[in-house]
Ligand binder design. Sequence first.
Ligand SMILES: C[S@@+](CC[C@H](N)C(=O)[O-])C[C@H]1O[C@@H](n2cnc3c(N)ncnc32)[C@H](O)[C@@H]1O
Length: 255
Amino acid sequence: MYTDWLIDRLRCPETLNMLEYNGSNYESGAKVFKVKNDILSIVYPDDLGGDDAKYNKFYNLLAPLYDLNERVMGKLLAGVDMIKGRQQIISFLGLKPGMKVLEVSPGPGVFQKFLRNDIGEKGELVALDLSMGMLLQCQKRNKSLNVQLIHGNAQFLPFADNSFDALYHFGGVNLFNDPQKAISEFIRVVRKDGIVSWGDEGFSDNYKHERRKKLMLKINPGFAKPRPIVPDSVYDVKENEVYDGLGYLVVAKKL
Ligand SMILES: C[S@@+](CC[C@H](N)C(=O)[O-])C[C@H]1O[C@@H](n2cnc3c(N)ncnc32)[C@H](O)[C@@H]1O
């Protein structure tokens, strides 16, 4: 189910100690992390609070309809072709065949065919989300893409330092309890000179459609959230406009 490479990189999200595989589950000291539906659940903390708890309930419920809702609403409210937008987002990453990539917060896996396409069969594709409902959608939708799914929290990633060649995240920054902590975790698990990227909703400065803007802000106040500060542990920082100016994607390299 998980490759030896990934098993080697798995860590307890609280202590970052190595895990032992006991034939069905993973252990670290007295803690046991269970595998259910072929997905390792390694969420920390056990009791989610604040926005993490609120959005987790919401996304578990929305999971089966998420993609349809995004595509229809994107077109109707903002005139955006979400599928083209997603493909463009992944092209900004500059991935190469054979890379080991972590996608954080994949939702139902709408980017995974583009990610797999860029890294090829030999690349490792791992995806971590806090919503088990979303991960089950990834499993259903992307059976042939060989994605290794992990149930976890973006702010406490269960991986060793410097594990991945690239990390991609879109759409959770505005939801996390502590977006800055999540970004420092993204950087921690990527190797030196590896690619770190994150983004979310947020109008670009030259977004001209004032009526659409007002309507979208009413539906989703996340559009008005401040963007997290880009830490100085990355270089070569590029901020891209995505989805026709409705969102942004930071792409940088780890120092
Ligand atoms: C708006 S959806 C984005 C899905 C997909 N990346 C996209 O852009 O279409 C937000 C996703 O973030 C996940 N999420 C929310 N809080 C999280 C957390 N603390 N850790 C990991 N994932 C989280 C949700 O479960 C959901 O799948």
